[in-house]
Write a protein that binds this ligand. Structure first.
Ligand code: FES
Length: 166
């Protein structure tokens, strides 16, 4: 009876070495992939144009006096008051944090969770919300309106000095 050449001890050792090499290579690739994915995950993200960053709202003249414009990505409403001043209010209700909706027909912000309402400057009209909507820093440069959503101000009431003018 003859043995097949492939069963020789030398051949078996080669196969084992080959398997070790293959497993080692696959493990190395998996580690490399995990490392690369981790590096991508840890890279700082630019939040330009969205909540957590600076938002360019647009030219001053594109916001009519007495208007409210929603910026969903920035999570704020840009108010242009009747006297031309600007105010950016956070969409988060000051009661328990639900998102408020602008209701133009009622000229108010309304919270669907517990029916709080806020006037056109974000001041509380109807509790249980305990205070006015928070605001973000508004800056105007070269007739462009910018909102910095990293700079939030907590306020109890609306006062006219909160408005920013061109
Ligand atoms: S969360 Fe807005 S009224 Fe309660």
């Amino acid at each position: 009876m003859t043995r097949k050449q492939t069963d020789s001890p030398t051949e078996a050792l080669t196969r084992r070495d080959f398997l070790k090499l293959g497993l080692g290579t696959l493990s190395g690739l998996a580690l490399l992939e995990m490392g690369g994915a981790s590096l991508l995950f840890m890279q700082p993200r630019s939040l330009e144009g969205q909540f957590g960053g600076a938002v360019t709202a647009g030219p001053v003249d594109s916001f009519p006096v007495g208007s409210v414009t929603e910026f969903p990505d920035g999570r704020f409403y840009l108010i242009r008051a009747d006297n031309g001043g600007f105010l950016a209010v956070y969409t988060r209700c000051t009661h328990l944090g639900c998102t408020v909706n602008w209701q133009p027909a009622q000229n108010q912000f309304f919270c669907p969770c517990h029916a709080s309402s806020f006037d056109a400057h974000g001041d509380v009209e109807n509790p249980p919300a305990p205070r006015a909507l928070d605001t973000f820093l508004v800056q105007i440069h070269d007739s462009q309106v910018f909102i910095d959503t990293t700079r939030m101000t907590r306020r109890d009431r609306y006062t006219p000095d909160q408005l920013t003018y061109a």
